[in-house]
Design a protein around this ligand. Structure first.
Ligand SMILES: [Zn+2]
Length: 256
């Protein structure tokens, strides 16, 4: 258990790392950590997260109301608070715009077929949350829709968010996510992406259980058009009678 001052120092240090790695530029990005049942420590709005001091940080309640600190809390705090409401076991949230995973978010491509064994174990599937205007309920709702099942999300035309049991673990997930996006991009550039088979994904999930690792979902969200862990959103399996039923429904809708 870290003291408040140690927690603040860690947030300052992680802000500096994000900036040095160019996961954020200027005053982009934001961090938060849940201090207890009532309070959240967050980065201030409009300041460079690479050059923060401990006294720049802000403490708010779980409604986002400032309870300590001279600065305004992060403008994206709503999105962080949704995570804490939906995930009682999450104590750290990182939001950044690393260039490769944000490239996927801009291209509208989720990182959801299982491509790397270690990523299946640590990050699971990474869905693409629908676009929401930054700092509004719209973006918080888009995050809230997925974050119950996933630890890392791409935010359409915006960036990425990762969550963890503490701030450091959320930060490492952001590193893993960007590294994974870079490898994914290289494989796509080489012209071929080979997903891990469903059978092997199941073995990786079993491995997690064996070592007591609580992992996020490896299934693509239904809104991405599928639930197959390895096949990606293009793969849909159904029986002949299910297909006939779908066609009948469509015809009925068209003909009124
Ligand atoms: Zn952002």
């Amino acid at each position: 258990m870290y003291s408040l001052i140690e927690t603040k120092e860690m947030m300052v240090e992680i802000g500096r790392k994000l900036y040095e790695k160019e996961y954020i530029v200027a005053s982009e990005g934001n961090l938060s950590t849940r201090l207890d049942q009532w309070r959240v420590l967050t980065t201030p709005a409009g300041m460079c997260k690479g050059q923060l001091r401990a006294e720049d940080l802000v403490i708010t309640d779980l409604e986002g109301k400032r309870v300590e600190g001279k600065n305004k809390p992060s403008s994206e705090l709503l999105m962080h608070l949704v995570v804490y409401r939906e995930r009682p076991n999450v104590f750290g949230v990182v939001h950044a715009h690393p260039r490769t995973c944000t490239g996927f978010a801009v291209a509208g491509i989720p990182l959801d077929p299982a491509l790397m064994a270690e990523v299946v174990v640590t990050l699971g599937c990474v869905p693409l949350a629908e676009y929401g205007t930054p700092s509004t309920e719209e973006l918080a709702d888009a995050v809230g829709k997925y974050i119950r099942e996933y630890d890392a999300l791409l935010l359409s035309n915006h960036g990425a968010i990762t969550v963890g049991k503490d701030l450091l673990s959320a930060y490492y997930k952001m590193e893993t996510l960007e590294h994974y996006a870079q490898i994914n991009l290289i494989a796509r550039t080489l012209g071929r992406v080979q997903p891990i088979s469903t059978e092997n994904v199941e073995k990786l999930v079993a491995l997690r259980e064996k070592y007591g690792v609580e992992g996020p979902s490896v299934q693509c969200p239904v809104s991405h058009g599928g639930s197959c862990p390895a096949g990606g959103p293009e793969t849909v399996t159904m029986t002949r009678s299910q297909l006939a039923g779908l066609i009948e429904d469509a015809v009925r809708t068209i003909t009124g």
